[in-house]
Design a protein around this ligand. Structure first.
Ligand SMILES: [Zn+2]
Length: 278
């Protein structure tokens, strides 16, 4: 028996995803930058906080939430994922459980109706959570929920309802991590670069170049899989469902997608529903 290492679609050893929350006007510019460089990610929306259509923000107001109509125009068909951020952006761990249920399930139901899709992702408002909140997410069918904990590494998540990130875009480590991510030759466990932030922060700090430079450097590369949060979750979930014989010779892929892994230095591809001998 030799080592087996997960690989992403196409046999790639690296994946990159972004996560930006609150559904603000600056997301429009961020999505432009992401799409220009082939980056994918997830936008977490509070469907209970859409301002009225025609809202006019005071001069200098940076946290300009998109209206429901603008949000639809911005995210639908953008190639990016829409996910929940709770209905009204509360400190969830402070609330009675029934109100947490309402915050989660209503936001999910609203976004599913608005975008005509199934929504299973989440980012915690303020990054705060508790075991009781996690139990509610499970009951509401939420697959993953991002915290604001940075690992400064490229680990593959295990606890998806307490999902950690690689770093925030303001991290002093951003450029070092990007360089390591791009330059390392991955021969063992795969790399996931998970970047998070808020797009209005680029306006506050007047530093859009941070994300432009990052996107230009890490984007449009053949050896990186660019995917939304849920695409990465679903792929890893399917990988984890591969069934191996005891001697490791036979592999069955019971999932509905092609899966890749590295075995004895070779990339093995196993189609949906197949059983192969390796
Ligand atoms: Zn937020």
């Amino acid at each position: 028996m030799a080592n087996i290492f997960m690989r992403f679609p196409g046999g790639k050893a690296k994946a990159l995803t972004l996560s930006y929350d609150d559904g603000v006007e600056q997301d429009i510019q961020l999505i432009d930058i992401m799409n220009k460089h082939g980056l994918k990610g997830t936008f977490n929306l509070n469907s209970g906080l859409y301002p009225d259509e025609g809202v006019v923000y005071p001069q200098g107001h940076v946290h300009r939430r998109l209206t429901a109509k603008q949000a639809k125009e911005t995210y639908l068909n953008s190639g990016q994922e829409v996910a929940i951020h709770a209905l009204t952006h509360p400190y969830l761990e402070q609330l009675p459980t029934n109100i947490v249920v309402n915050e989660i399930i209503k936001d999910r139901e609203n976004l599913e109706a608005q975008f005509g899709t199934i929504v299973r992702g989440m980012a915690y408002p303020f990054g705060t959570f508790s075991d009781a909140v996690v139990e509610v997410l499970k009951a509401c069918g939420i697959a993953y929920a991002r915290t604001v904990i940075s690992t400064n590494d490229f680990r593959i998540p295990k606890d998806w309802l307490r999902l950690t990130a690689t770093c925030h875009h303001n991290s002093p480590e951003l450029n070092n991590l990007a360089k390591k991510f791009v330059e390392d030759k991955v021969t063992r466990a795969p790399y996931l670069f998970y970047l998070w932030g808020h797009s209005y922060e680029f306006e506050i700090k007047n530093n859009w170049h941070v994300i432009e430079d990052f996107a230009q450097y890490v984007g449009n590369r053949d050896d990186i899989w660019y995917a939304t949060n849920i695409e990465i979750y679903d792929y890893i979930d399917a990988y984890n469902r591969l069934i191996f014989s005891v001697n490791g010779k036979y592999v069955n892929n019971p999932s509905a997608r092609t899966i890749w892994f590295e075995y004895k230095g070779k990339i093995i591809e196993i189609a949906a529903g197949d059983m192969i001998e390796i």
